[in-house]
Design a protein around this ligand. Structure first.
Ligand code: AMP
Length: 398
């Protein structure tokens, strides 16, 4: 039995889960939030108990020490020596990583080089890595990349039609994201729903505040919606998703904002929030739509249309599909949005959906929501990116 730690360092937060492997038992989980603030929040859950403290958390190093202190203080481990590997989620691996690797000087240098592609998260990943390395110098660390699963895409799926020399010189291309989640969902679908079928064709829909779809053939990603960065693809909580590139030029002229300011608006003030003017959270928009708010109805329909169009595109891309999976915050919890999406594709794809059952699937339930005569299985599967990190940690040390 090995204890391994899965860590996700965001710009101002640190999420963690301690596992016992290979049982995949969660020993504790928690979150340090508002890192960099005097009123930071530190939470830990273990054995059905919960502890929360508000205290200054000036940086990720302090957050890491809070995590490690809590592990011994609450008796989750007797000694920190019990932790055998730390797995760090890294959003952007560029073209360099098609699987998890040791987090060491070499991989650190590449991750640092990729900061321009992910200025928000990459610096935090590096700080988190160093904080754990300082605290646990003899424990191996690995980097698990959100982009790795998508590295099997072929040129015609990942190249942009820009001057080819730029694609080469600047590595400007589609990388995708949420790869760990898409891989988890596809693996589970193949193993538990498709009986290990060879050449299986699966459309995975990770739809949360960030949202992406992937087309997966025989367990390998052939296409995904996010692009150079997570701004591309479907409409999201605050992000636009794909648009005609001339929108930037036109809006720069209209608003007087420069490209960087517009990029910020496209990332943080667009999507569900920008169109609805209500919220980036589908719960608020759904509530307003159900009360007849026209902007909320339009927002919901726009969102569903954009997801549905990609589902149709991936159905063609895969030459049909054996299964479609809904996951993440919206995909797992919102029967309303699943229905809006499915209604837009069911006739063309020959789906038969149990909409009554759909209504009852939320809050972490896993279920098949298609009926026996459906052309493919449609299921809701809660995603688990952390367990994928823990599995890679276990592979590294076992
Ligand atoms: P995620 O990024 O996967 O955590 O998804 C978060 C988003 O899922 C929220 O911003 C909401 O739009 C949506 N959502 C809908 N219902 C729920 C729910 N019951 N719990 C959490 N998120 C929900």
């Amino acid at each position: 039995m090995y204890k391994v730690m899965a860590v996700n360092c965001g710009s101002s937060s640190l999420k963690y889960k301690l596992y016992e492997m290979p049982e995949e038992k969660v020993l504790c989980s928690g979150l340090a939030e508002r890192i960099g603030h005097d009123d930071g929040i530190f939470k830990i859950k273990f054995d059905g108990k919960e502890d929360k403290r508000v205290l200054p958390i000036p940086d990720h190093a302090v957050a890491v020490n809070l995590v490690l202190e809590a592990l011994t203080k609450f008796g989750i481990v007797k000694s920190l020596d019990e932790i055998k590997c730390v797995g760090h989620r890294v959003v952007q691996g560029g073209k360099y990583f098609s699987h998890s690797v040791d987090f060491d000087d070499e991989s650190e240098a590449i991750i640092a080089k990729l900061i321009p592609l992910d200025p928000l998260h990459a610096p935090a990943h590096l700080v988190g890595y160093h904080a754990f390395k300082d605290a646990l110098p003899d424990v191996p660390a690995i980097a698990v990349f959100d982009t790795a699963f998508h590295q099997t895409m072929e040129e015609e799926d990942y190249l942009y039609p820009i001057p080819y020399e730029w694609s080469q010189k600047y590595d400007c291309r589609r990388y995708g994201a949420h790869g760990t989640s898409h891989q988890y969902l596809a693996n589970k679908a193949i193993k538990e729903y498709l009986g290990g079928k060879p050449n299986s064709r699966i459309i995975t829909c990770h739809i949360g505040s960030g949202a992406s779809l992937a087309a997966v053939r025989d367990g390998k990603c052939v296409a995904t919606t996010m692009g150079l960065t997570p701004l591309g693809g479907v409409m999201m909580g605050t992000r636009t998703g794909d648009m005609d590139p001339s929108v930037t030029d036109y809006l720069a002229t209209c608003t007087g904002l420069d490209v960087h300011e517009l990029y910020d608006v496209f990332n943080k003030k667009s999507g569900l929030l920008g169109v609805s003017g209500i919220s980036n959270d589908t719960r608020d928009i759904e509530a307003a739509a159900l009360q007849g708010n026209e902007r909320a109805i339009l927002t919901s329909n726009l969102f569903a249309r954009r997801v549905a169009d990609f589902i149709g595109s991936y159905f063609v891309r895969l030459g049909g599909a054996d299964m479609m999976v809904f996951s993440a915050g919206i995909g797992e919890n919102s029967p309303y949005y699943r229905r809006l999406i499915l209604e837009r594709v069911e006739e063309a794809l020959g789906l038969k959906i149990d909409y009554k059952l759909n209504e009852s699937i939320y809050g972490g339930k896993e279920a098949v929501i298609s009926l026996p005569g459906s052309s493919m299985i449609v299921a809701v599967i809660p995603t688990d990116e952390e367990v994928m990190i823990a599995r890679d940690c276990y592979k590294r040390i076992a």
